[in-house]
Ligand binder design. Structure first.
Ligand code: HPA
Length: 267
């Protein structure tokens, strides 16, 4: 499956060697439109890639240059809450690794747990907690992966320093913290949010963790940024809706696009 998908994508690249893959979260699909000399590869042309089922997520890889760097932008991801196994959520990352890509940039939407976070804002992910209780490495080992990969630095220290530098220079507010990945699709209860805070989480979301695990198993360097779209449940009296999450993501999407492009321009 991984080999077929990788061959299908490689066949469309026409010699382009992307240096980084950029996974676009809710409301960030527009970054794919900024890719120059774009080669669009619909998921229907890639074996094993399902059609994405969530509003705000398209279903294509867009290869080309962003900030002058050859990249693949992934517009539409596969969530566990849609019923996909963790292996499917992480399949695109295995394809990127197979294409020789060494760097992965992930974006997502998340609820803010830390009291000092005021949404909408951006949070550089420093570390994560896997509350999905799923792992894409379960099962027979894939070629090029270890059985027990090290996870002591899931989010690359140098890339994080670079992101903070770009944010400072461009005056983009950038928090930093620990992302808790949950299965979803229901949002958390206030009691759950209190629990996650006591366990060291600064934000909660429903993606990213499976992709990061495979990226590390393949030795890719990872940078990830959450758009903190809302206060997590119980921090305010507000209720949560996906539409509001998308609207909040749109408010800081420009800053996030500048941050991603600023980092790309310096790698
Ligand atoms: N919880 C989980 N996932 C999310 C949230 C949240 O509050 N906001 C955006 N994605």
């Amino acid at each position: 499956m991984v080999r077929d998908a990788t061959d299908a994508v490689a066949g469309k690249l026409g010699g382009l060697q992307p240096r980084a893959a950029v996974v676009l979260g809710s409301g960030l699909g527009f970054i794919a439109d900024e890719v120059r000399s774009a080669i669009r590869i619909p998921y229907s042309a890639i074996p094993g890639f399902p059609q994405p089922g969530v509003a705000g997520h398209r279903g294509e890889l867009v290869a080309g240059t962003l900030a002058g760097v050859p990249v693949i932008a992934q517009s539409g991801r596969f969530h566990l809450y849609e019923g996909h196994p963790a292996q499917t959520a992480a399949l695109p990352v295995r394809v990127y690794a197979g294409l020789g890509i060494r760097m992965l940039i992930l974006t997502n939407a998340a609820g803010g747990i830390r009291h000092t976070f005021h949404p909408p804002t951006l949070m550089l992910i420093a570390d994560h907690i896997n509350f999905m209780w799923r792992n894409p490495l379960v099962g027979p080992m894939e070629e090029g992966e270890e059985r027990f990969p090290d996870m002591s630095e899931p989010y690359d220290r140098e890339l994080r320093a670079l992101a903070r530098e770009v944010a400072r220079e461009q005056r983009i507010t950038l928090e930093e913290g620990v992302y808790a990945g949950l299965l979803g699709p229901s949002y958390e209860t206030p009691a759950e949010v209190r629990l996650f805070r006591s366990l060291g989480a600064d934000a909660v979301g429903m993606s990213t963790v499976p992709e990061v695990i495979v990226a590390r198993a393949r030795g890719l360097r990872v940078m990830a940024v959450s758009t903190i779209t809302n206060y997590a449940a119980g921090l305010t009296t507000a209720t949560l809706s996906h539409e509001e999450v998308i609207a909040a993501a749109n408010e800081v999407a420009d800053g996030l696009a500048h941050l991603v492009k600023g980092v790309l321009a310096r790698i």
